[in-house]
Design a protein around this ligand. Structure first.
Ligand code: NAP
Length: 507
C-alpha cells in the first residue's frame, strides 16, 4: 500500500514569495505543495506568473482554484477558472482539484494530471457519504476528497466507515474543525492517498483545524500508519490543550510501536463510544467525561469502581474494554516521594470534585487521617461521610495540623491564585498541587517560601499517563522521557526539577 503523502497548501501575491513557501514546504518534509490559485490571484498575483512557478517548485504540485461556493476566493469568471486548471495541467501539475459540483464543465480527455474531485460541506455532512463517493468516481475522479464538518465525535464513525470501505479506490475523508481533527491525524491508518498540513509559519492553513506538517510527520507519523496501526486517544471537551498526545506518541515512538494517539473532542461521550469503539484500542478520559462511560464497558477495575470515575479505557487479553483510574496511584507516588509512609499522617485535602475523591480514597486506604475542605462545604461533608473521615469549612481549615496539604481544586490553573492563605503554610509540611499549568503555581511558590516542601502536579500527570500506557501496551513506559517532553511543552528545560524523584523508574 503506498504511503499517505503530506501536502502543504501555499499561496502568495508574487512568485518569489510563492517559491520561498514551496522551498519551506520542501524543508519541512512535505511531499507536495497545493498551489491555491484562487487565493494567489485574490491577493493580487498574476495568474501566468503563478502557473509558471509550477516548474520551479522543488516539489510536485496539486493545483486548486477553488469555487467561491466551496470556500474559494477566485475573483474571475467560471470559464477562466476552469481554463486555469487546464493550463496548470499543461504546466506540469501532478494533481488538479476540481469541485465535484462543477466537474462536468471541465474537459477531462487528454489530462496529464490525475484528477481530484472534491466535495465540501462547511456546516454538516450528507447522510449518504458512500453514495456520494461512488458518484464522484463514476464522474471520473482518480481521487475523491470529501471534506465535511462533523457535529460531534460520533460522526467520525461515518468518516471511518467511508474510508475503510473504500479499499479499491483512492479516497480522502476529512472532518473539518476540532471535532474532525482525528480524520486528518489518522489519514495513514484510513489509507488516504494524502492529507494536508500547514507550514510552521502559516497560522491557519487552508481549512479549519489543519495540523502542522511537522506534527503530521513526526508526532502522528501519518506516512508510517496503515490499516494495522492501533488507534488510541484522549476523550475530553475541550481537549486541544492536552499534553497527552505528545507524551503517549513519544512513548510509542520510543518503543517502535505501530500505534497512534489523537485528541477526540467530544460532547456526548456515550454516543461517541457506541459509534467508534470498534476501531479504538484505548482511551484516556478527561474532563467532563470521567464518569460518563462507566456503564458502557465490559469491566471496571476495582479501584476505579470505588472512585466512581475512570481516566483510562484499555483492552484486556480478549479485546474487551476495561475502565481504570490511574490518577490515584499517580498522586500517591508523588505524595509518598516527599512524605514517605502515610500511615497515621494527617492530610488536608482541598477540593471535593473527581480528583479530590480519587486522592481522598487512596490516602484513606494508606492509613492517612484525611480532612476534606471545599468551597462548597456540603460536597466535602458528603465525600467525608462516604469515606469515613472529617470535613471542615475552608475558613476553619488553617486550624488543621497537617503533615501534607493537597490542592485538588482547579484554583491556580492558568491564573496566579492560590487556594490557601500564604501565611498559613506550615514549615516542614509537604504541599502537593495537582494543578500543573503553570508548573510553579502560586500555592507552591508560597509553600516553598514558608519552608514547606512543594510537589508539583506534572509528576502526577506523567505518572497517570505511565499507568495508562502500561495498560494500553502491556510493557514498561519510558516515564522519564514522557516527563521531559511534557516539561519542554510547558516551556521548561527538560531537566527542570519538579519532583523527579517521584518518577521512580528513570529510563
Ligand atoms: P472537578 O470535579 O470539576 O472539581 C473541581 C474542584 O475545584 C471542586 O472541589 C470545586 O469546588 C473546586 N473549585 C473550582 N473553582 C473553585 C474556586 N474558584 N474556588 C474554590 N474552589 C474551587 O475537577 P477535577 O476533575 O476534580 O479536577 C480538579 C483539578 O485537578 C483540575 O483543575 C486539574 O488542575 C487537576 N488535575 C490534575 C491532574 C494531574 O495529573 N496532575 C489530573 C487531573 C486533574 P466546588 O465543589 O465548590 O465547586
Amino acid at each position: 500500500m503506498p504511503q499517505t503523502e503530506l501536502i502543504a497548501p501555499i499561496h502568495a501575491a508574487d512568485a518569489s514569495r510563492l517559491i520561498a513557501l514551496a522551498e519551506a514546504a520542501h524543508t519541512q518534509k512535505a511531499d507536495l505543495v497545493e498551489l491555491r490559485l484562487d487565493r494567489c490571484v485574490a491577493a493580487g498575483a498574476q495568474l501566468d506568473e503563478m502557473l509558471d512557478c509550477i516548474r520551479r517548485f522543488p516539489l510536485p504540485t496539486l493545483v486548486t482554484n477553488r469555487h467561491r461556493a466551496e470556500g474559494g476566493a477566485w475573483p474571475g469568471g467560471e470559464q477562466e477558472r476552469l481554463d486555469s486548471l487546464l493550463r496548470a495541467d499543461r504546466a506540469g501539475a501532478r494533481l488538479i482539484d476540481v469541485e465535484f459540483a462543477h466537474c462536468a464543465d471541465l474537459p477531462q480527455a487528454g489530462l496529464q494530471a490525475r484528477l481530484v474531485l472534491s466535495y465540501h460541506d462547511f456546516t454538516g455532512m450528507p447522510a449518504d457519504l458512500a453514495g456520494l463517493a461512488q458518484r464522484m468516481f463514476a464522474a471520473g475522479a482518480d481521487i475523491a476528497k470529501i471534506a465535511v464538518t462533523p457535529q460531534d465525535g460520533a460522526d467520525l464513525a461515518h468518516l471511518e466507515q467511508l474510508a475503510s470501505r473504500c479499499e479499491a479506490y483512492e479516497l480522502v475523508a476529512i472532518g473539518m474543525g476540532p471535532v474532525g481533527l482525528p480524520s486528518r491525524l489518522l489519514a495513514g491508518a484510513w489509507c488516504a492517498p494524502f492529507t494536508f498540513g500547514r507550514l510552521a509559519e502559516d497560522d491557519h492553513g487552508s481549512a479549519p483545524g489543519q495540523p502542522t506538517l511537522r506534527d503530521l510527520r513526526k508526532l502522528y507519523r501519518v506516512p508510517d500508519q496503515g490499516p494495522q496501526t492501533r488507534i488510541f486517544g484522549v476523550l475530553g471537551n475541550p481537549v486541544a490543550h492536552s499534553l497527552s498526545p505528545l507524551i503517549h506518541n513519544t512513548a510509542f515512538i520510543h518503543h517502535g510501536i505501530d500505534a497512534v494517539y489523537v485528541p477526540f473532542q467530544v460532547s456526548d461521550a456515550g454516543a461517541f463510544w457506541t459509534a467508534c469503539n470498534a476501531w479504538i484500542d484505548g482511551l484516556s478520559i478527561t474532563i467532563p467525561h470521567k464518569s460518563a462511560l462507566l456503564d458502557h464497558l465490559h469491566g471496571i477495575e476495582e479501584r476505579a469502581r470505588r472512585i466512581g470515575a475512570i481516566n483510562t479505557i484499555y483492552r484486556d487479553e480478549a479485546g474487551q474494554a476495561i475502565g481504570a483510574n490511574t490518577d490515584a496511584d499517580a498522586a500517591m507516588t508523588c505524595i509518598r516521594s516527599q512524605v514517605g509512609n502515610l500511615d497515621g499522617c494527617r492530610a488536608l485535602l482541598l477540593g471535593a470534585g473527581g480528583v479530590a475523591r480519587a486522592i481522598a480514597l487512596a490516602l484513606h486506604k494508606e492509613g492517612a487521617r484525611v480532612v476534606i475542605s471545599n468551597r462548597t462545604l456540603a460536597r466535602a461533608e458528603h465525600l467525608a461521610r462516604e469515606i469515613g473521615c472529617q470535613a471542615i469549612a475552608l475558613a476553619d481549615a488553617p486550624t488543621v495540623d497537617y503533615r501534607v496539604l493537597v490542592n485538588a481544586t482547579s484554583v491556580g490553573m492558568n491564573e496566579d491564585l492560590s487556594p490557601w492563605p500564604a501565611d498559613e503554610h506550615r514549615p516542614g509540611a509537604a504541599v502537593f498541587d495537582t494543578v500543573y499549568t503553570p508548573l510553579e503555581t502560586r500555592l507552591l511558590r508560597e509553600a516553598e517560601a514558608a519552608g514547606s516542601a512543594p510537589i508539583c502536579g506534572l509528576s502526577m500527570f506523567t505518572l497517570q499517563a505511565v499507568g495508562q500506557f502500561e495498560r494500553f501496551c502491556k510493557i514498561e513506559a519510558p516515564a522519564h522521557l514522557m516527563h521531559r517532553h511534557a516539561l519542554e511543552a510547558l516551556g521548561h528545560s527538560p531537566d527542570h526539577d519538579c519532583g523527579h524523584e517521584a518518577l521512580v523508574r528513570a529510563d
